[in-house]
Structures are given as structure tokens and as C-alpha cells.
Design a protein around this ligand. Structure first.
Ligand SMILES: [Zn+2]
Length: 383
């Protein structure tokens, strides 16, 4: 039996979650603590940090804002401009940029910022997607690496010490920029927050023809260069009350485009619009841990009192973990073809990473699939 949080609908299989004696998950407990946060004080703290780095700029940019073009990075950029910063927006191009993702990046530039987009070699990138998918069950592995390494590399090269990120999964942490000293984003920091699933960039050399020079943008700068520039970072989600939906409303008022219908496997039409491979990424989370993007979103809305827990159970049961035949309307056949894989091969990779304790099996121990290839979660009717 999978145990679920008694307040939201998160299963205990989520990595790094724990349940208290009342069966309430740590994410709900953290969210409730937000009611006690003095946001006015945090905003003053944020302004003080920004002032410190702005005064150091001397003709350079005040900070780097890593941007995907999504609702959160659009919101981050709006806030930085409102707070008097001159940001350099930096994009590490996603694994497979969608058309709507491209339009939202162009919209972000129209907010009135300089923008650098670093696009890594797409031939190598697709090999890395394939290696990530088949070896650690994460097609988005190179994207997760590049969104950390690319802005930090540019911070060193362009001598811009402050990087302004959005939310941090560990909500209680504002980032090292607030510390008076010893606040550099060292490699130790990357390993704590970057989450590389045990696969190191250096392990890739020699696989599928990958050579060291293919991996420059995936390589984190050395600690000496980071210290020399004093590269540091903060998470805006610690300083400003963070909510995806309200970020989306603000972003939309500034030209951000949403999908006409909710995204496949999701509850909403305003997030994860920039990478065609995200459907596969989210499906693997479902296979490994028994929950998908719909669960994440339903939990956030339940915590905020926007939907009831029983409605969340219903929405999750209907939407979570469907086989990702399309994403943002792009058929999976094309997405897989670009990484050199057929749907049949993909399904065998899926099986390898599926936690068979979480899904219904037939009497021979094989996964039960419906006509559309969908699995059934065990005790999915009793969260
Ligand atoms: Zn919970």
C-alpha cells in the first residue's frame, strides 16, 4: 500500500519527503509555516542584497537572471526590473524548444532586457538525452545540468557576481548571497542543489562518440574562478511569496502566452511549455515514484485552499501518469525519433525504470496496460 499525505495527495514515494505523526507531509508543514513569515522584512532584506550588488556593478550588469521563458522566469525578470536592477537574462536552450517556448522567450526580451541564449550542440545534446533516459531514467538530465552550469559559467566570464534564481525546492533557504562572507557557489553547493542523479559529466566521455570538447557548457567552473569573481546566488522564492498561478497571472499581463488547453498530464495551461521532451520526463517520474505533474499541481492547489482534497483525488486519478503520446501537441514518435529511439524501444526502457510495487501486475508479474498503454497505480482509489 502506498501511504498518502492526509492533507494533500502526495504519496510517501516522493524522494526526500517525510510524514509527521499525523500523516502530514513535510511540504504541507513547510507551506503552513509560510503564514508566519514576515514578507515585508524579507523584501527589505532582498532590497539590501540587491543594493549591495548594484553598487558594485560599475558599468556592468547588476545580476544574471537565468530564464527559460516560462512564467516564473518572466515573473523574476519583471520583479528585478521593478526593483531597479539591470539584469542580464541568460537562457540555456531547452532540450527540444517548442514553438510557444520560443515566442515566450521573445516576449521576455520585450520586457526590456539584454538576453544571451546559449545553445549547446544539438547533435551531442540528443545523445545526452538518450544516455540520460536509458541510464538514469531521466531524458532531461542534460537540461538539468545546463541550467545550473551555463549561467554560472557566464557569471564568471562576464564578471557578474549575483545570480537570481526563482524557487528552490528547499523553501527555507534564501541562497548564499545573504551571507556576509563565504557565500560563493562552489562545486560543493552545486552537488547539494544541482541533483545530478549520480551521473557525472566526466562519466560521459567515450560514450556515443562524446569527447571532452562537447561538454564545455556542461562543466561547472572551478572553485578558484568562482571565488575570484565572487559568484553567488539567491532564490527569489524565499524573499517574495511564491505561487505559480499568481506568477502566471503577472507574466500573462506582460505578454506571456499560455496553451489554449491544459497541458497533457497537467492540470494547468501555463507551465512547462518550453520543452517538448517534458512529457517523457514527467512520465518517468510517474513510473519511478507513482506520481506525476498532476499530483504536484493538485497538492499546491489543495494547500492554498483552491480545491478540496477529494477533488484533487479525482483530478489526479484522471490526469496523472497517462502514457505521453503527445506533449504540447507534439507526437511522441517524432520526439523519440530525434533521439534515435522507436516507441517499442521506449516502452522497454519504461519497463526497466518502473517500480513494479506501485502498479498492477498480471499473474505472470507483467505490468498491466490498458488499450492506450496506461498503467494502473495500486490503491489509487484510496489515497
Ligand atoms: Zn501534504
Amino acid at each position: 500500500m502506498i501511504r498518502y499525505c492526509t492533507k494533500c495527495v502526495m504519496p510517501e514515494t516522493k524522494p526526500d519527503i517525510y510524514f509527521d505523526e499525523h500523516g502530514v507531509c513535510s511540504a504541507c508543514v513547510h507551506y503552513e509555516r509560510r503564514a508566519e513569515v514576515d514578507w515585508d522584512t524579507r523584501r527589505v532584506e532582498l532590497q539590501q542584497i540587491l543594493d549591495r550588488y548594484r553598487s558594485q556593478a560599475r558599468g556592468n550588469y547588476d545580476c544574471i537572471v537565468p530564464v527559460s521563458g516560462g512564467k516564473d522566469s518572466t515573473y523574476q525578470t519583471i520583479r528585478m526590473l521593478q526593483m531597479g536592477m539591470n539584469p542580464l537574462c541568460v537562457t540555456a536552450t531547452t532540450d527540444e524548444l517548442s514553438a510557444i517556448g520560443r515566442r515566450n522567450l521573445e516576449n521576455l526580451e520585450r520586457l526590456g532586457v539584454d538576453h544571451i541564449e546559449v545553445t549547446t550542440n544539438p547533435v551531442v545534446r540528443r545523445r545526452l538525452n538518450r544516455i540520460g533516459l536509458t541510464q538514469v531514467g531521466d531524458i532531461s538530465w542534460p537540461e538539468h545540468v545546463a541550467i545550473f552550469t551555463v549561467p554560472v559559467r557566464l557569471a564568471v566570464q562576464m564578471r557578474i557576481p549575483l545570480i537570481v534564481w526563482g524557487e528552490n525546492s528547499q523553501n527555507e533557504y534564501g541562497g548564499p548571497a545573504a551571507a556576509a562572507d563565504d557565500n560563493v557557489l562552489t562545486r560543493r553547493w552545486l552537488e547539494e542543489f544541482g541533483g545530478l542523479l549520480g551521473m557525472r559529466v566526466s562519466d560521459l566521455v567515450g560514450q556515443e562518440g562524446i569527447e571532452p570538447h562537447h561538454l564545455i557548457q556542461y562543466t561547472y567552473p572551478d572553485d578558484e574562478s568562482l571565488s575570484e569573481v565572487g559568484v553567488t546566488g539567491l532564490f527569489l522564492g524565499y524573499y517574495l511569496p511564491w505561487d505559480g498561478w499568481s506568477n502566471a497571472l503577472i507574466a500573462q499581463a506582460h505578454g506571456f502566452e499560455t496553451m489554449p488547453t491544459p497541458v497533457e498530464g497537467s492540470l494547468v495551461n501555463y507551465e512547462n511549455l518550453d520543452n517538448v521532451q517534458t512529457g517523457i520526463h514527467d512520465y518517468f517520474k510517474f513510473l519511478k515514484f507513482g506520481f506525476g505533474r498532476a499530483t504536484d499541481l493538485a497538492c499546491m492547489q489543495v494547500r492554498r485552499g483552491r480545491i478540496t482534497r477529494s477533488d484533487a483525488i479525482d483530478l489526479v486519478r484522471r490526469l496523472d501518469g497517462r502514457f505521453p503520446w503527445t506533449y504540447l501537441g507534439y507526437p511522441i514518435e517524432g520526439t523519440l525519433e530525434r533521439i534515435g529511439m522507436t516507441v517499442e524501444e521506449f516502452i522497454t526502457v519504461c519497463d526497466r525504470f518502473t517500480n513494479k510495487k506501485l502498479f498492477e501486475l498480471d499473474r505472470h508479474g507483467a505490468l498491466v496496460r490498458d488499450h492506450w498503454g496506461n498503467l494502473t497505480r495500486v490503491n489509487d482509489d484510496n489515497p
